[in-house]
Ligand binder design. Structure first.
Ligand code: GAR
Length: 215
């Protein structure tokens, strides 16, 4: 089976991007990372990607004077030029319009640092501590028109400890993000993560679940 040409979209440090690139270094992994694209020229992840020898591109949203669709059209042009088949958002901090979401329906995935549908948006770890939840975690999902929404592919859970601060909790969640994102991209790229209504079914009846990681 040919490996799916995948683009990773980032805005920052790119640790999830690094986890995906490392997984894709195995030639039997069903996705190859063909591009890392950032909306910020100073994103640390761009250097990391270049160190791995991955082609990079910058489409700076500030060049489009607030015209979101023109920005997304420019992103899409780069993706098409490089014959990208799958898109993985990894800390890509732009709200997407239906234009880009619909262009990649069923072929764009995102990671969010919370057990969706809880804690959409920003400051997820602070809010988890405020609410006093005992389990927190991360979710990889197909991207839909709503922010941090769409069929869930994998979730990873971590305990919330009494002495946690937002930083200690974020670090524990980030570790689980680095486990679930490569697994989710693998399931999507090999065609196992099938959307059925609002759910994603990943395995056969006799298979152990691969779409949940828990403490
Ligand atoms: C990650 O924690 C990711 O889950 C989050 O941004 C961080 C990026 O870190 N994404 C979102 O909040 C999207 N709603 P990274 O650049 O080190 O991968």
């Amino acid at each position: 089976m040919s490996r799916k040409r995948t683009a990773i979209l980032i805005s920052g440090r790119g640790t999830n991007m690094g986890a995906l690139i490392s997984a894709a270094m195995d030639p039997s992994y069903p996705a190859e990372i063909a591009l890392v694209l950032s909306n910020r020229p100073d994103a640390k992840g761009l250097e990391r990607a270049q160190d791995f020898g991955i082609p990079t591109a910058v489409v700076d949203h500030r060049d489009f004077s607030g015209d979101r669709q023109a920005f997304e059209k420019a992103v899409n042009d780069v993706l098409k030029e490089l014959k990208i088949e799958l898109v993985a958002l990894a800390g890509f901090m732009r709200i997407l319009t239906p234009y880009l979401v619909n262009s990649w329906n069923g072929r764009m995935i995102n990671i969010h640092p919370a057990l969706l549908p809880a804690f959409k948006g920003l400051a997820t770890h602070e809010r988890a501590l405020e609410e006093g939840v005992k389990l927190h975690g991360a979710t990889v999902h197909y991207v839909s028109a709503e922010m941090d929404d769409g069929p869930i592919i994998i979730q990873g859970a971590v305990p919330v400890l009494d002495e946690d601060t937002p930083d200690t909790l974020a670090a524990r969640v980030l570790e689980v993000e680095h486990k679930i994102y490569p697994k989710a991209l693998e399931l999507v790229a090999c065609g196992k993560a099938k959307v059925k209504g609002s759910r994603v079914c990943c395995g056969g009846q006799d298979e152990a679940p691969t779409d949940l990681i828990w403490p």
